[in-house]
Each structure stands twice: as structure tokens, then as C-alpha cells.
Design a protein around this ligand. Structure first.
Ligand code: ADP
Ligand code: MG
Length: 179
């Protein structure tokens, strides 16, 4: 079985107690994070396939009056981001992930995002990640430094591997919050 499938399975097999413990630590780290405190426009994702549950993070960000955005995949493996509020209608996309119904008035320019919480399947100490295989976040984050966007990966410790066999297009994350 390839690394992507192996890690996805491990992640799905975490018990509820393991998830709760790890997520409590992750949520605390986010609440104390200076870049999160300073940010206004924050992109995140809705969890699926056993990913770290982002719903409590989103609730926290709303409480803090942050503007929250969710990705919607469009043509050519690109992502656009739409403002997400408690009233935003959601639909299941072809991956089975909930996403906002497209409303052009809710789209934010990528350069305006301060933080992009980034999903991942596996990661290593250097910050290299393996995603779901579409290269969406590699394309999205290609110029993140010039755009003054700060990407933060979110993961469980069981998703850490010794070495990601990275390719030239793979973007190294400056930070991954995991527990
Ligand atoms: N910045 C980019 N520009 C063009 N194609 C890209 C870019 N980043 C990734 N890709 C393409 O996307 C595909 C999937 O990338 P990969 O890194 O394997 O997936 P993932 O990061 O989702 O695990 C690759 O075939 C790669 O050529
Ligand atoms: Mg990649």
C-alpha cells in the first residue's frame, strides 16, 4: 500500500479519545498563536476522512471576529476561497467534502489571505507534505512568501513520516501544528 493510503488509514483509525486529546492540544496552540491573533482573513477547510476536526477552530475564529474562508476546487486543479459564515449554504462536492455554494460576491483574492490552514495526509520534519494527490495546495502556495501569506499545516502526530520524497513543485510549509 502506498504511503498516502497507509497514513489515511491510520488517521481514520484513531480512536475518539486519541482525537479528543490531540485536538485539545492543537486548539490550545492555535488560540495562543501570535500570527492567528494578528490575522484578519483566515482560510481553513472542513474536515473529512479523519482529518483534525476544524469545526471548533472555525467557531473560535468567528468568536474572535475573524473572517473565515473555505476552498472550492475549480478548473485546472485550482482553489478559490469563499467567505464562510454560519449562514453560508454548503453542498457536497465530487470528493464528498462539504463546500460553500459558489457566490461570486463571496470570493476573496488569495493575496488578501493572512493565514491558510492547510490540510495534509503526511508530513516530515522539514515541513514537506503529501496531500491528496491533486497538487491543489502546491499550486495555491507556489508564491506564498511574496504574497505574505502564512500557511500552517494541521495534522495528527500519526501523520508524521521520516522523509517525504518531495518533488520540485512541492511547497514546504513553514509551520505544522500537530499533536
Ligand atoms: N505549482 C504547480 N504547477 C503546476 N502543476 C503542479 C504544481 N504543483 C503540483 N503540480 C502537479 O500536481 C500533481 C500532483 O502533485 P502532488 O505533489 O503529487 O500532489 P499532492 O501535493 O496533492 O500530494 C503533480 O502531477 C504536479 O505536477
Ligand atoms: Mg505535493
Amino acid at each position: 500500500m502506498d504511503i498516502r493510503q497507509t497514513i489515511r488509514q491510520k488517521r481514520r483509525e484513531l480512536s475518539q479519545a486519541q482525537r479528543d486529546n490531540a485536538q485539545a492540544i492543537i486548539y490550545q496552540k492555535i488560540k495562543k498563536h501570535p500570527a492567528v491573533s494578528q490575522a484578519q482573513h483566515i482560510a481553513i477547510f472542513l474536515s473529512f476522512d479523519g482529518e483534525v476536526d476544524t469545526k471548533p477552530i472555525i467557531e473560535y475564529l468567528w468568536q474572535q471576529n475573524k473572517s473565515v474562508y473555505l476552498p472550492v476546487p475549480v478548473a485546472e486543479h485550482k482553489l478559490i476561497f469563499l467567505n464562510y459564515t454560519p449562514n453560508t449554504p454548503l453542498v457536497k462536492n465530487s470528493f464528498g467534502i462539504l463546500e460553500p455554494v459558489i457566490d461570486k460576491t463571496k470570493i476573496i483574492n488569495i493575496e488578501q489571505l493572512d493565514i491558510i490552514f492547510t490540510p495534509l495526509v503526511a508530513f516530515d520534519d522539514r515541513g514537506f507534505r503529501i496531500g491528496m494527490g491533486g497538487g491543489y495546495y502546491d499550486r495555491l502556495l507556489e508564491n506564498y512568501q511574496q504574497q505574505q501569506i502564512y500557511p500552517i499545516g494541521l495534522a495528527f502526530a500519526c501523520q508524521k513520516v521520516d522523509h517525504v520524497d518531495n518533488q520540485h513543485w512541492d511547497v514546504k510549509l513553514p509551520e505544522i501544528i500537530y499533536a
